[in-house]
Design a protein around this ligand. Structure first.
Ligand SMILES: Nc1ncnc2c1ncn2[C@@H]1O[C@H](COP(=O)(O)OP(=O)(O)OP(=O)(O)O)[C@@H](O)[C@H]1O
Length: 253
């Protein structure tokens, strides 16, 4: 049975979609069967993976709102993908009154869980309905957190949301850990924030090695290619492979 991992942080632009694609790629390279699910109406992950969201006839919207089978695009950089497009933003409202709305994503994933080792959900940067049903569908949370003090301040709200979800709809939800992202070692502010993350969040979850700040991530995404393909010798590749290795041990948590 595949592990479902949601990449979640209500803050935007912290590197969720980039991490989903590149961590997925590292896992796939390690012979893991990976499904990526784009739950963000901005559809960055779908675009990074090489699809054109506006041209797609069926997306995650069809599965969670219309209760159709998951539209899976196979073998993109060795991974499968359920794409998103902007229409997914309508689901925030449409699901409010929908029957059994909480488990719409969980139910949609159930038939394919056996086919994958890892299902990575890229959540939207909000605490709305789409994030909520993602958290209900998830076994583990992986929280990318930018090494900027402003981003760090939002973690209180994030942790409160987790407590709410854990209190009822998903008692089994576990935190896989925090991934500090966009770390610039030359910047003392980043260094201080990383220390604060390590000290204050370590009691809550594992702190993974940080992803360095590098324009190569944006360049690789623009090229619609994983970083490890675009720049195989880049030091971030090793960091991503290390996180993938840790992910494989998740059952031991
Ligand atoms: N380690 C990094 N160093 C530098 N830039 C990065 C890094 N990771 C991601 N980026 C860039 O930062 C921008 C935001 O990244 P991404 O789309 O992955 O964030 P996100 O959290 O998914 O955003 P949103 O939730 O708003 O969709 C992109 O331009 C991406 O290329």
């Amino acid at each position: 049975m595949g592990k479902v991992i949601a990449l979640f942080n209500q803050a935007g632009g912290v590197g969720k979609s980039t991490l989903a694609m590149n961590l997925g790629y590292s896992l796939a390279q390690r012979k893991q069967r990976v499904l990526l699910v784009d739950m963000d109406p901005q559809s960055s992950l779908t675009t990074f993976m090489g699809l054109e969201p506006g041209t797609l006839e069926r997306t995650i919207y069809n599965a969670i709102v219309l209760e159709e089978a998951l539209p899976i695009h196979q073998k993109l950089h060795g991974m499968d993908l359920v794409p998103a497009q902007l229409k997914l933003s309508d689901a925030e409202q449409e699901l409010v009154t929908a029957y059994m709305r909480d488990i719409r994503l969980k139910d949609a994933l159930e038939p394919v869980r056996e086919q994958y080792d890892f299902i990575l959900i890229d959540c939207p940067p909000s605490l709305g309905m789409l994030s909520y049903i993602s958290l209900v569908a998830t076994d583990y949370l992986l929280i990318p957190i930018q090494t900027q003090f402003k981003a760090f301040q939002g973690t209180d709200m994030l942790l409160q949301t987790l407590q709410k979800v854990k209190a009822k709809p998903n008692r089994n939800l576990k935190i896989a850990g925090f991934v500090p992202t966009m770390y610039d070692s030359r910047n003392s502010h980043d260094e201080l924030t990383l220390k604060a993350i390590q000290e204050q969040l370590a009691p809550i979850g594992k702190i993974f090695p940080m992803i360095p700040k590098s324009t190569v991530f944006a360049d690789a995404s623009m090229d619609r290619t994983p970083l490890a393909v675009y720049s195989p010798k880049h030091p971030a590749k090793k960091v991503l492979d290390g996180i993938a290795k840790e992910m494989e041990k998740l059952n031991d948590l």
